[in-house]
Design a protein. Structure first.
Lengths: 182, 151
């Protein structure tokens, strides 16, 4: 080792450390995309070898049709404003046989979304979002939570999972995505 | 009015010796949160907004499909295409790709594969349903439509 005269130990100059760190910081700032792995979860129906004619009574089916001009038809009526759709779905699901033209029970209730091949994906997501929102409002009310808290329940935690399953019991999220028409 | 004796020995400089530490803290934060995208996105991605978002439980169990009009219109045309990893694929190749993604997972996780569909909002439902039909072929039924948070 080299001998230094007393009192003059060599020092590393740290003045530019901040600048170097800044450079790195700016690099990561630019390259970062906080990627959100979030979205609308759906379970597709399994593939059927041959179509089965399952009897779904007309009253248990809530029809939403989307055409290639992104127009919406709900239960046979043209709908321009979808703000009421959520409540329509809730009343349909929770009808429990009261109204003769609405569902028998929440278990049998099916919300069917049928699109056209020309419908935009944006419109489809908007409708799917509203329908899911309706179901989550029902679940959240049964669990005594707000819909936001309910959706964030952790499935890995047994306590939270029990709450989740309890709220969903008897009310499956029956959303049917029909094959688009040409 | 009272008078204060101004001490001339007081240093008016802001101590900057802790500055590198602060910057390093920020730096580490961004380093940890950064996900280096292994694949370049070759399609237009204007993701629609929705409110009913849910998280994917395990990120390693996800296969990503990006659908949209190609960015490079001259080379690939303007019709929406499906991108998987680094390449454009046809709808009929999807089952094979899903099987390959499955093969990389361990045995108990094989049926937990989630398909993440990142689809441009201008894409028509025709291609989306074609993709879903192919996914049903290989029994990959858990799908997440990637969306942004609508505030």
């Amino acid at each position: 080792m080299k001998n230094y005269p007393k009192g003059s130990r060599p020092q590393l100059s740290t003045g530019s450390m901040a600048d170097i760190a800044f450079l790195l910081l700016i690099f990561f700032l630019i390259t970062t995309t906080i990627d959100s792995e979030k979205g609308l979860l759906m379970r597709l129906p399994p593939k059927l070898d041959r179509p089965i004619d399952m009897e779904i009574h007309e009253r248990n089916l809530f029809n939403i049709l989307l055409n290639s001009q992104d127009q919406i038809m709900v239960e046979g009526k043209l709908m321009n404003d979808i703000s009421g759709l959520r409540n329509d779905v809730i009343t349909f699901v929770l009808n429990k046989g009261k109204d003769k033209n609405s569902s028998d029970s929440p278990e049998k209730a099916v919300v069917s979304i049928k699109t056209n091949r020309g419908t935009t994906y944006k419109q489809y997501i908007k409708i799917l979002d509203e329908v899911q929102a309706a179901y989550f409002e029902i679940y959240a009310e049964r669990a005594g939570l707000t819909p936001d808290v309910f959706r964030a329940l952790d499935q890995k935690d047994p306590k939270q999972r029990a709450l989740y399953l309890k709220a969903r019991k008897g009310i499956p999220m029956n959303i049917s995505i029909a094959k688009p028409s040409n | 009015m009272s008078k204060f004796k101004i001490s001339s020995s007081t240093s008016e400089e802001i101590p900057t010796s802790a500055l590198p530490d602060i910057i390093f803290m920020l730096l580490f934060f961004f380093m940890v949160t950064t996900i280096v995208r292994p694949h370049e996105i070759m399609v237009e991605q204007h993701i629609p907004k929705a409110t009913q978002l849910r998280k994917i439980e395990k990120k390693s169990l996800v296969a990503h499909f990006n659908i949209g009009a190609p960015k490079n219109v001259h080379q690939y045309g303007s019709e929406p295409k499906i991108q998987y990893n680094d390449v454009f694929i046809e709808t009929r190749q999807i089952p094979q790709q899903v099987e390959e993604a499955r093969a990389r997972l361990s045995e108990p996780e094989k049926d937990k594969l989630t398909i993440s569909l990142k689809i441009d909002e201008e894409v028509k439902m025709g291609i989306v349903s074609d993709v879903e039909t192919q996914l049903k072929e290989v029994n990959a039924l858990k799908v997440i439509y990637n969306t942004l948070k609508d505030s």
